[in-house]
Write a protein that binds this ligand. Structure first.
Ligand SMILES: *Cc1c(COP(=O)(O)O)cnc(C)c1O
Length: 485
């Protein structure tokens, strides 16, 4: 067996499989003080695995050090600016964690009797209430576990409502500036996706939409602000047009961090929408833990919301399962409880004024970066930016990799698809002017390198453990299985 030697803990790291040595274990158990049994006799041979092939045999300290070293290779929001557009990599305030680790919340069990879980149910009810307030809608379900899951729940609600009216209809209109999950959701929910191009400002094309909507259209799914980081200024007019034909307006509100405290979708014709708590309300995401994609609806959808619903009676909070029109369960229990607690902590720590301020700062930061970078990078649409700005450069991939050498996480590359060579930058409200200046300086310096020394950019990164990888080979001939030493 060939062993990789670890030269320096930060430079090279063998796989656990490679450091394995036979007989090494990570635990010591006391001798049995009861008669031993053969697992095969107790469980049956079909449930007992003789051996796990190539299972690494290592000690506890081997495992700890291996994963701790690997963790130092990661970039994280706690290390620096993380401008991954559309993903809202904002700082996760530690107060959220402190609240989620309150003993009574940390140890609560989903099967705990309602009478012993009143505090937890009250927390869920309070989060529903504040989300209703923030969105201007009438009811909220906290069950969906991610943004895309919220979308699916939402379109299933559209289907349920229209079915109850007698005809579920066939088509859902999705503008080309929508998030990629929108067409997938439509398809998964059994509707036909009808694509529509944006106008030259990167906004909804009212005239085109007016010509498309008929009695066969169930809904339009509008990402707002859209993937260009642009507010859909025509959304209220579009809502009127769709409502006149009995169709519904779904808003992808994953980027509500551009609107919270300033504008409420329920006030401009949106019938239902989802939120991404792991974006707007600062709960960890990106390998950092489960997400949460609550769906907020207008009253007409309330009877169809997923089971169970929170209900308040004189005896206190309880779960209501007796809802014959419900679309049923979309998730076990009632959502990712720990995440919901963190989101409510964030909202309460800010208060209404604080949330508005966070939104304004997010917009200010994105527009500040836009102004600094505009002389050096092309902006493909003239509309004002909200919480993120999208530039266009044919070398977007190489520039993103070069950013790593400057100590920053790359921006979102080649998305949205309607911008050729998209560079999608979302600084969030987390960043100070100082940090934004450093980031802009890095990108300006790279723009200069593109002219003066293009190879430096094209072959980046130069400072990382792994240099530029062969992306074609990685896609065409991926090695997905460890082949053994
Ligand atoms: C992130 C995002 C989604 C998807 O959310 P997930 O939690 O990753 O499923 C959908 N729409 C928009 C606009 C987004 O930014």
């Amino acid at each position: 067996m060939i062993k990789k030697v670890r030269q320096h803990p930060s430079q090279n790291e063998a796989l656990l499989f490679e450091t394995s040595s036979p007989g090494k274990v990570g635990y010591q158990l006391p001798a049995l003080d009861v008669p031993g049994v053969d697992p095969v006799d107790v469980l049956g041979a079909q449930h007992v695995r003789a051996e796990i092939e190539n299972f690494p045999e290592v000690s506890e300290v081997d495992v700890m050090r291996h994963f701790t070293r690997l963790s130092t290779w990661n970039y994280a929001i706690d290390l620096g600016l993380y401008p991954l557009g559309s993903c809202t990599m904002k700082y996760n305030p530690r107060v959220n964690e402190a609240v989620a680790r309150t003993e009574g919340l940390m140890w609560i069990h989903p099967y705990q009797p309602e009478a012993l879980a009143q505090g937890a149910l009250a927390i869920l009810a309070e989060l529903e209430r504040v989300l209703i307030d923030i969105t201007g809608m009438d009811a909220v379900t906290l069950q969906p576990a991610a943004g895309a899951h919220g979308e699916l729940t939402g379109i299933l609600l559209v289907r349920a409502l229209l079915e109850a009216r007698g005809n579920p209809r066939r088509k859902v209109i999705v503008p080309d500036s929508a998030h990629g999950t929108n067409p997938s959701t439509v398809h998964t929910a059994g509707y036909e996706v009808v694509n529509v191009a944006s106008n030259h400002h990167g906004m909804l094309d009212v005239a085109a939409l007016e010509g498309m909507v008929d009695e066969d259209v169930a809904a339009i799914m509008i990402t707002n602000p859209n993937t260009l980081g642009v507010f859909e200024e025509n959304i209220a007019r579009v809502a009127e047009i769709f409502h006149a034909k009995g169709a519904l307006v779904y808003m992808d509100g994953a980027n509500m961090n551009a609107l919270a405290g300033i504008s409420r979708p329920g006030d401009y014709g949106v019938d239902l929408m989802h939120l991404n708590l792991h974006k707007t309300f600062s709960t960890p995401h990106g390998g950092g833990g489960p997400g949460s994609g609550p769906v907020a609806v207008k009253e007409q959808f309330e009877p169809f919301l997923p089971l169970p619903r929170l209900r308040r009676a004189t005896a206190g909070w309880s779960w209501d399962y007796d809802r014959p029109k419900s679309i049923g369960r979309v998730r076990a229990f009632y959502g990712n409880f720990g995440v919901l607690v963190r989101a409510l902590a964030y909202i309460m720590a800010h208060g209404g004024e604080g949330l508005k301020r966070a939104t304004q700062d997010a917009l200010l930061n994105a527009n500040y970066l836009r102004k600094l970078l505009e002389p050096h990078y092309k902006i493909p649409y003239d509309a004002p930016s909200m919480h993120e700005c999208v530039f266009s450069n044919p070398s977007t991939g190489a520039i993103a990799k070069r950013l790593i050498d400057y100590g920053f996480h790359p921006y979102t590359v080649s998305f949205p698809l309607i911008v050729h060579g998209a560079m999608m930058i979302e600084p969030t409200e987390t960043e100070s002017k100082q940090e934004l200046d450093l980031f802009a300086e890095a990108l300006i310096s790279i723009a200069k390198e593109c002219d003066e020394n293009p190879d430096l950019v094209l072959k980046a990164p130069h400072s990382t453990r792994t240099a530029k990888v062969d992306e074609v080979a990685a896609a065409r001939k991926p090695i997905l299985k460890w082949r053994g030493p």
